[in-house]
Ligand binder design. Structure first.
Ligand SMILES: Cc1cc2nc3c(=O)[nH]c(=O)nc-3n(C[C@H](O)[C@H](O)[C@H](O)COP(=O)(O)OP(=O)(O)OC[C@H]3O[C@@H](n4cnc5c(N)ncnc54)[C@H](O)[C@@H]3O)c2cc1C
Length: 307
């Protein structure tokens, strides 16, 4: 049986206590949230830490989905299951439910957290693609207070983030914009597996039904999940047609940098990046139509899958 190297374990009951401990222990310590990424890595001896700081008691402080005018805030300790079951989230950002329904299995979803997913910074991780799609920003707390970092700047490389040794991610914020919707597509080798490739898309339409803005987030096709530069400008002002989706798919294939591994060849993954981008954009636009949006000010829709 694989076991981790010995470590000291401590539970904390507030963000302040967690940050204080991190500050005094430095890079010898690591937070443990759901533990579904950290503990397997420690068991495989791919990571060793002298101290584990258990933040599960912070679920009361950091487990929430809150809608405010113009934005939604989700606490870092919100678990996959809660994200999957949130009606508020499904109404505003259906891309979340799409992604959560294909992340791992119920056991992982019962414990794994939004914060742990983003901070693990696995290049194949799905929620970072969702957060990139939705133009999220990450709230990081340290001894000196809070700072806010865009998703573009949050990931510094595989398994590396902007969160410092004495800091923690506390919240992720999402702008809510009218007349849009979103969708997520993933190809996995078997149910519950990590992505071969996954793609999130969000589209907003103007009063004439043309694209006002669009965003795409891709996972498993580069060192980190990433958006597609210039996609909003490329699609803006144009009718959301199959030709336009195909153009966006081409941009996705050009923007990504996949490697050949046991999940597939680089060529196959590039093809998937293109195809999944097209499908996610198509479904996003179909959802706007199905929600009765198409009039400025309408909220994002949930149902009515397109082709
Ligand atoms: C069998 C299996 C299948 C999986 N399949 C998928 C999949 O298909 N798609 C997918 O996206 N994911 C998948 N996962 C990963 C799963 O989503 C994990 O729950 C997630 O990656 C990590 O969340 P966690 O809360 O368990 O984090 P932990 O394992 O507790 O922590 C991960 C890292 O984040 C740090 N951390 C945690 N919280 C914070 C915080 N608030 N601030 C700063 N640092 C923090 C920890 O110190 C650690 O370095 C799978 C996992 C397993 C075990």
């Amino acid at each position: 049986m694989q076991v981790p190297a010995p470590f000291e374990y401590q539970r904390v009951s507030s963000v302040g206590e967690a940050v204080g401990l991190l500050d005094s222990l430095g890079d010898t310590a690591r937070l443990v949230a759901g533990g579904h990424s950290l503990i397997p890595m420690m068991k495989l001896r791919l990571a060793n830490f002298e101290y584990l700081i258990d933040i599960n008691e912070l679920h009361g402080e950091l487990g929430y989905v809150v809608t405010e005018p113009g934005r939604m805030r989700i606490g870092a300790m919100t678990r996959h299951r809660e994200l999957l079951e949130s009606a508020e989230l499904a109404a505003a950002f259906p891309v979340f439910g799409d992604a959560e329904s294909v992340i791992a299995d119920p056991a992982v979803r019962n414990r794994g957290t939004l914060g742990g997913s983003l901070c693990q910074a696995d290049p194949s991780e799905d929620l970072s693609a969702v957060c990139t799609t939705l133009d999220a920003s990450c709230v990081i707390r340290g001894r000196e207070g809070e700072r806010v970092v865009s998703m573009e700047d949050f990931h510094r490389g595989p398994y590396e983030t902007a969160v410092g040794d004495a800091e923690m991610l506390t919240e992720v914020r999402f702008p809510i914009r009218p007349n849009g919707s979103s969708a997520f597509e993933k190809v996995e080798r078997r149910a519950g597996d990590w992505a071969v490739v996954s793609a999130g898309a969000a589209v907003w339409l103007d009063g004439d039904g043309a694209v006002a803005d669009a965003r795409v987030g891709l996972a498993a096709v580069g060192p980190n999940t990433a958006g597609i530069p210039g996609i909003g400008e490329e699609l803006r002002g144009k009718a959301p047609t199959e030709e336009l989706f195909a153009r966006a798919g081409d941009l996705a294939a050009e923007a990504c940098d996949p490697v050949t591994d046991r999940r597939g060849s680089a060529e196959y993954k590039r093809h998937l990046a293109k195809e999944l981008t097209v499908r996610a954009l198509r479904r996003s636009v179909a959802r706007i139509g199905a929600s009765g949006a198409g009039t400025p000010g309408a909220v994002q829709g949930t149902g009515g899958e397109g082709a």
